[in-house]
Design a protein around this ligand. Structure first.
Ligand code: AP5
Length: 209
């Protein structure tokens, strides 16, 4: 099953994908995670995109499209995938249409106010990317990962200025994709405000319907 997760920054796409990939037994492909891994490993791509991610802007379409084309060519996508954070522009959506057929586009619906709360409280385990929230999903020991014991970090783009910029970029560049997929008839709106487990239940029910 080929699934795209669409929605504003911080709506819970990565959190849901981590649960859904086990249910569907398909890989979770997050363009943000791929960029962050390149930054961490100091690759040429990482050096090129580091400033863009920190500010909350978008990496140029050509770079992102080629990266996704390459990733979707890997053997582990034979039974499908969960694509998180791509497409983010109409140009990316058109490129994806040429690469593959989508079974469902899950559109996360969440208010800006809730987005800001979720992003400003998010913390990550640096080596595994495990996602926490200081209030709604805190680690057992404050500030440290439950599994590895390493110190949790805050993403550069989860600082207030970058959050506001990301929301603006979302509205201008990515929100138009809702109409794009609505016209194709394969979009499913999901209320992203309940708990991750409830969101998972709604998503599974809707893709099996
Ligand atoms: P990316 O990593 O894709 O960031 P994003 O889309 O802004 O999404 P986030 O990862 O911030 O949020 P999320 O929806 O996954 O929420 P999460 O589950 O973590 O992209 C980063 C950057 O890379 C972009 O800004 C851009 O520069 C670049 N980039 C990536 N893709 C690109 C593309 N296609 N084209 C160009 N550039 C690209 O949850 C957030 C918080 O909320 C967590 O603390 C979590 O614990 C909490 N939470 C989650 N769900 C719930 C819930 N149901 N209830 C309560 N709390 C919850």
């Amino acid at each position: 099953m080929n699934i795209v997760l669409l929605g504003p920054p911080g709506a819970g796409k990565g959190t849901l994908a981590a649960l859904l990939k086990t249910e569907l037994n398909v890989p979770h492909i997050s363009t943000g995670d791929i960029f962050r891994s390149n930054i961490k490993n100091g690759t040429e791509l990482g050096k090129k995109v580091q400033g863009i991610l920190a500010s909350g802007g978008l990496v140029p379409d050509e770079v992102t499209i080629e990266m996704v084309r390459d990733r979707l060519g890997h053997d582990d996508t034979a039974s499908g995938y969960i694509l998180d954070g791509f497409p983010r522009t109409i140009k990316q959506a058109e490129a994806l249409d040429e690469m593959d057929t989508l079974d469902a586009v899950i559109n996360f619906v969440l208010s800006d106010e809730e987005v800001v709360k979720r992003l400003s409280g998010r913390r990550l385990a640096p080596s595994t990317g495990k996602i926490y929230h200081i209030i709604t999903n805190p680690p057992k020991r404050e500030g440290y990962d439950d599994e590895t014991g390493e110190k949790l970090i805050q993403r550069d783009d989860d600082k207030p200025e970058a959050i506001m910029h990301r929301l603006e970029v979302y509205r201008n560049e990515t929100a138009p994709l809702i109409d794009y997929y609505r016209a194709k008839g394969n979009i499913i709106d999901i209320d992203a405000s309940p708990s991750p487990e409830e969101v998972l239940r709604s998503v599974i029910a809707s893709i099996k319907a």
